[in-house]
Design a protein around this ligand. Structure first.
Ligand code: NAD
Ligand code: DAU
Length: 359
């Protein structure tokens, strides 16, 4: 077994941040298995183009033969599984892809990894890790005064996305419980930062604000999310991979609960500061309340005290500072922005917002 890790979905938002930070910290070889769907962008990792430690394989986690042959060829000591369909609104529009990749794909991956792992010698089996990256959405929705989600909160997924991730968490747990596969699961809150595809709230609002377009806020704008800067999520994943207790789940969160309208107002003010508006006035004037997401979860909040207690992890970034860095990043990376605002992106914006903005 080599020191290599196999990352799935490493060309997406969190996966590419993870690979870049892995190269700077742990530094061992990375095989990135990614289907390069609309959300996967190899340009996120172009700084590694000539790095002999990095290999991108375009392929599907549902392809058992491909996964099995990659494992035997590269002999990884660990898997970090990010690959998923990840956008809640898309899961409401077309749930099938979420069942295929998130449930079937995770099953294929676990099953192939079990076969590979069972052929390793005892020392390599003991050192091996499968880290399943999941979400706080599996726990459902909180009321305003409920305690934050802990690792023992009962699962109560509300969207097809959340249900597909919950199913994948149960499969990961079952492969550990039944066969002893060394699985770890992380359930994280909302991430933001560089390379996030602009279908999600924060990059969508940054780019619309820059372009003087309406800023669509679902419902009353008082839904709450617990925001975490993506680099803090990557650091937590490294800690769990390297020192987490096998078979455990760890919640990861930012201690930064904000209503959506607070987030959008803050983005407007940051964009006004960095790109002062001309005649059109303050960006807050662009805020438009639109038709709500069906089944919209009201509040997420994460209790990450287990991760802090056991592994000493804490988020390094405060929300306001992280958001400032993120707005700056989108302003400074206009060619990245242009390259992703193409076919699949434009189709989605038309599909999701035309009817909503009309109310
Ligand atoms: P993303 O949508 O930006 O990226 C997903 C990546 O997976 C893309 O590169 C895509 O090409 C790839 N992919 C999709 N289907 C595939 C398949 N069948 N085979 C191989 N690759 C495939 O997602 P993200 O926001 O980076 O999220 C990564 C993971 O983290 C997901 O599992 C998600 O559920 C989880 N998560 C995300 C957040 C968040 O706020 N974004 C929070 C908690 C957990
Ligand atoms: O909680 C973790 C989850 O966070 C991850 O598992 C998901 O992969 C990730 O997409 C994210 O899910 P959300 O649905 O919370 O993220 P999104 O950015 O889509 O929306 C954040 C909030 O903003 C949510 O309450 C819906 C609202 N929203 C979203 C969009 C796209 C708007 O008001 N307007 C919008 O246009």
């Amino acid at each position: 077994m080599r020191d290599t890790i196999l990352v799935t979905g490493g060309a997406g938002f969190i996966g590419s941040n993870f690979i870049l930070s892995w190269m700077e910290t742990a530094g061992s070889e990375v095989i990135n298995l990614d289907l390069l769907t609309y959300a996967g962008n190899p340009a996120n990792l172009s700084s590694l183009d000539r790095d002999p430690r990095y290999l991108l394989v375009r392929g599907d986690i549902c392809d058992a033969d491909l996964v099995g042959s990659l494992l035997r060829k590269h002999q990884p000591r660990g898997i970090v599984h990010f690959a998923a369909e990840s956008h809640v609104d898309r899961s409401i529009a077309s749930p099938g892809a979420f069942i295929r990749t998130n449930v079937q794909g995770t099953f294929v991956l676990l099953d192939q990894v079990k076969g590979y792992w069972s052929e390793l010698n005892a020392a390599d089996q003991a050192a091996f890790r499968f880290l399943h990256v999941s979400t706080d959405e599996v726990y459902g929705s909180l009321g305003a005064h409920d305690p934050a989600f802990s690792e023992t909160t009962a699962y109560s997924p509300n969207s097809p996305y959340a249900a597909s991730k919950a199913a994948s968490d149960h499969l990961a747990r079952a492969y550990h419980h039944t066969w002893g596969l060394p699985v770890l699961t992380t359930n994280c809150s909302n991430n933001y930062g560089p390379f996030q595809f602009p279908e999600k709230l924060i990059p969508l609002v940054i780019l619309n604000a820059l372009e003087g377009k309406p800023l669509p806020v679902y419902g009353d704008g008082k839904n709450v999310r617990d925001w975490l800067f993506v680099e803090d999520h990557c650091a937590a994943i490294r800690a769990v991979l390297q020192r987490g207790r096998v078979g455990e789940t760890y919640n990861i969160g930012g201690n930064s609960e904000r209503t959506n309208i607070e987030v959008v107002n803050l983005i407007c003010d940051l964009v006004d500061e960095m790109r002062p508006p001309r005649s059109s006035g303050a960006r807050r004037n662009l805020i438009t309340f639109v038709k709500d997401r069906p089944g919209h979860d009201r509040r997420y909040a994460i209790d990450a005290s287990k991760l802090t207690r056991e592994l000493g992890w804490q988020p390094a970034e405060q929300f306001e500072g992280g958001l400032r860095k993120t707005v700056r990043w989108y302003l400074d990376h206009s060619s990245w922005v242009e390259s992703v605002q193409t076919g699949a992106y434009l189709e989605w914006i038309t599909q999701n917002y035309t009817e909503r903005l009309a109310i």
